[in-house]
Design a protein around this ligand. Sequence first.
Ligand code: NAP
Length: 226
Amino acid sequence: MTRVCVVTGANRGIGLEVARQLALAGDTVVLTARDARKAEKAAAGLGGAVEARQLDVSDAGSVERFARELGHERVDVLVNNAAIHYDTWQRATGADLGVVQEALDTNLLGAWRVTQALLPLLRASRHGRVVNVSSEAGSLASMGAGTPAYAVSKAALNALTRMLAAELRGEGILVNAVCPGWVATDMGGPGGRPVAEGARSVLWAVDLPDGGPTGGFFRDGRALPW
Ligand code: NAP
């Protein structure tokens, strides 16, 4: 059965590559971006069944409109990929809390909003998969100084992952957090691993079979410490 897969922040970077791989595998991909033109341009560069949609995860109105106008009776896969503010330039002691707030609004609440809005359609799938693209920067086990907005937002996203997984376990919806590793994108900068490898780490959780793990934190299919 062809899956309907929604990917946020899919106009570039890891999200675009995840969309490309899903389309190559024969899935129907709803490629979303906060700028409608960027979504259309990215979708036009991919083959297969790819639909471009505007979705700003930080804008409740945009999320509500996206869910209302989606035009599919079910969503099988949601990849919460969109994120901002890898704030290497600041420390928690002096952090600009406006930046922290923006990071939380996109990286945590964005994923939360979109998941809530699509929940009826994920339930209709009966094999729903929610993949929260997190980062080892959000791991409390290794948390130290630096990137405060980003690290706190990803730690909170990991907490959300645990809660959603627990609440949806009985409905066949698997919810996991994944770290793509250090990837050479606009966010990761040069020197990281190829974007295809980062995307593969995400797709591992997309492709989990029924009864597979839920409420976990993984990179390349291996559990990471919380
Ligand atoms: P990226 O190249 O900076 O791409 C981020 C994407 O998110 C862009 O498409 C951006 O859209 C979109 N976005 C930002 N705010 C948005 C919003 N409010 N609504 C919708 N889309 C929004 O980053 P990336 O490296 O591909 O990162 C993808 C994911 O992997 C993120 O969750 C990131 O935290 C995670 N990650 C990355 C690395 C790494 O080394 N790269 C490591 C660990 C985790 P615009 O083009 O409009 O800005």
